[in-house]
Design a protein. Structure first.
Length: 184
């Protein structure tokens, strides 16, 4: 099976939580004021701008692992979800995005694990540079430009953060894999 119903539900939960965490950034970016109540429009826009970077990142890990014949299942990380919501509720300027991970069956080679680990950040790199290229070449409305700018910034930070060589981040697995490939 390509993706299970449980994984679809988990990805929907992640999208909703991410939309909630980032919904207050939308009015600031568009030059509006923040409303005291829940704003469905800001929530929807936050889901559309922020969630793809996280969801496609995780799906890249899953599908690259599956392309090697490995079993790969997306799991939510309840602590990461709750921590992200808690930080939003207390008004923290620090945001932690660790909503889930892809569990991969054992048996992968070092080159396979390196490619699987890099595939997620690669999606963020593509979204970052793609939105940057569109911003620099296309005629856009103000709302389109702001949306692409947010997409660019979020994916830039997701790429940079995930490529830090600190366990359990993807960067530690990529750099370890490269080290093993080069120095044996």
């Amino acid at each position: 099976m390509l993706i299970s119903i449980t994984e679809i539900v988990y990805l929907a939960i992640v999208t909703v939580v991410i939309g909630y965490i980032f919904m207050d950034f939308i009015p600031r970016a568009y030059g509006s004021y923040i409303k005291k109540r829940f704003d469905w429009n800001n929530f929807k826009i936050a889901c559309l701008i922020v969630a793809p970077g996280v969801v496609f990142h995780e799906l890249a890990h899953k599908f690259v692992a599956m392309s090697f014949g490995l079993s790969a299942i997306f799991q939510i990380w309840p602590f990461g979800l709750v921590l992200g919501v808690f930080l939003k509720i207390i008004g923290s300027s620090f945001i932690l995005l660790a909503p889930g991970y892809v569990g991969i069956s054992s048996g992968a080679t070092v080159p396979q694990l390196t490619l699987i680990s890099f595939s997620g950040p690669l999606i963020n790199l593509i979204l970052w540079l793609g939105s940057w290229a569109i911003l620099n070449r296309a005629r856009l409305t103000r709302k389109q430009a702001v949306s692409l700018y947010l997409l660019k910034q979020i994916n830039m930070w997701l790429f940079i953060f995930n490529m830090l060589p600190i366990p359990p981040l993807d960067g530690s697995k990529v750099f370890y894999g490269l080290y093993k490939l080069i120095f044996g």
